[in-house]
Design a binder for this molecule. Structure first.
Ligand code: SF4
Length: 443
């Protein structure tokens, strides 16, 4: 549809896919297991936010190549791409075909667009959350940000689905400044998603029959008062909720939040070596993180499997050797923090880590696909790239594969307070269209 005020037709899209794909929480961290837990990747949270707040745009999420080309045939003045760094090669193919089909303006956004080397391919680059700028393109402004409903589905490979989950963003941006993280370059000033909008989306999830909420803020709790207000809303609605949160904050709030419905968390462990945490500027202490994991495990033990987690852990710091990495992964396995997303230390554009590693050792990798945190892309002083990737696979197998059936067939039903709820969630997840669009009417 051509917008009447600007006279322009704008299509925003993501990378093309094979038609099925998953977010990188569990699926890509269980090496060698054919049956794996998954989080279906059908919707783009960023594009849904834009569509909710700037309805003049049209969005196309994770299309197949054919769907994308067919969409281009409709004729567009602007095509914009929301992408991550490891998707750059496919995005450049998409840009190329859009230009050949006569699209006069190409936009780039999301974290991938921070990459200076690819910016020249775009006529306009958006750094940070783009609703305001895009609304201005249509000659208006976003008065108050509205959070759209975002529903994800937990399942397994082979198409088995277990539960629908409401996704929530309560703040955006972070300025803490961890040296490996792109967020401070993307959006350094944290801002609140208005509480009334958070409340409205939670009511929607409740009406849809959802029992769980996953909070995917970069750093939940950064804006303390707002976070406590959100926690109260989650509690009032009786949700079981899981935030992405820093270990130090969770350590402070664990008991109180547990009473308010917290059932698990996604935390950045990053390393069990204090010098590594200092190297990346994490501003946390290893002993505090270990203490938190102990407390979470105690909660599992004493109160049934009530609190579970996903921990993020990085290998390949500059001083590490094969032996020290194996040692730290064994220690991690003993601590058993839950499911672990293992990564290789990867420099990302516009981070202090990128500048440091490039100057000190050199970033040799030219294939952007390999900047997915699963490959070694810089000249490590002690470990070869192939060996590092071998260590990563070994760690995944050691730490995660054994969890698989426990997670799917015991822990998940326990989260949901018994089989009555378990079957209700399974039915709901299987009846639901994972790519359906839900938006609130514009005020
Ligand atoms: S890692 Fe987390 S706390 Fe550190 S800068 Fe990034 S978002 Fe902020």
């Amino acid at each position: 549809m051509r917008d009447s005020s600007s006279g322009k037709k704008v299509l925003l899209t993501t990378v093309y896919t094979s038609g099925r794909g998953y977010y990188d929480y569990v699926e890509s961290n269980t090496f060698g297991a054919p049956l794996r837990m998954t989080w279906v990747r059908r919707i783009s949270y960023g594009l849904r936010f834009i569509k909710q707040n700037v309805p003049e745009v049209e969005i196309l999420e994770y299309p197949t190549w054919k769907e994308y080309v067919r969409k281009l045939e409709e004729g567009w003045d602007v095509v914009g791409f929301s992408f991550y760094l490891n998707e750059v090669p496919e995005i450049l193919e998409m840009v190329d075909v859009a230009r050949r089909k006569g699209v006069s303006e190409i936009w780039g956004g999301n974290y991938g667009a921070l990459t200076e080397a690819v910016q020249p391919y775009f006529d306009r680059v958006f750094v940070g959350y783009a609703e305001g700028e895009i609304a201005r393109f249509f000659g208006r402004r976003v008065k108050k940000l509205v959070h759209p409903p975002l529903i994800g589905i937990v399942g397994t490979t082979f198409g088995i689905r277990f539960a629908p989950i409401g996704v929530l963003f309560t703040t955006r941006g972070c300025g803490v400044g961890c040296k490996f993280c792109q967020t401070p370059s993307f959006c350094s000033r944290p801002s609140e998603v208005p509480l009334e909008s958070v409340g409205r989306v939670l009511e929607f999830y409740k009406e849809m029959g959802l029992g769980y909420v996953l909070i995917l803020d970069e750093n939940f709790g950064l804006l303390r008062k707002h976070a406590e207000d959100v926690v109260s809303l989650l509690h009032e609605h009786g949700f079981m909720w899981f935030p992405m949160v820093r270990a130090d904050l969770l350590n402070e709030r664990l008991e109180e939040w547990r009473r308010m419905g917290l059932k698990g968390a996604l935390i950045g462990i990053e390393s069990f070596d204090q010098s590594n945490l200092d190297e990346i500027g994490k501003r946390e202490h290893v002993e505090m993180i270990k203490e938190l994991i102990r407390r979470i495990r105690l909660s599992w033990k004493d109160r049934g499997t009530e609190i579970g987690g996903i921990g993020y852990y990085i290998i390949g710091y500059e001083n590490e050797t094969e032996e020290s990495i194996k040692g730290s992964l064994r220690e991690l396995k003993e601590f058993n923090p839950g499911f672990v997303q293992l990564c290789v230390l990867t420099p990302l554009p516009r981070t202090p880590l990128w500048r440091y590693l490039d100057e000190e050792y050199g970033i040799f990798e030219k294939d952007w696909h390999r900047f997915d945190c699963k490959h070694l892309v810089w000249n490590h002083p002690h470990v070869e790239p192939g060996r590092m990737e071998g260590l990563l696979r070994w760690g995944m197998k050691e730490i995660n594969s054994g969890h698989l059936f426990r997670y799917i067939f015991t822990r998940f039903p326990e989260y949901v307070r018994g089989f009555k709820f378990y079957f209700r969630d399974v039915c709901l997840a299987n009846l639901m269209d994972a790519s359906k669009h839900y938006y609130f009417p514009s005020d």
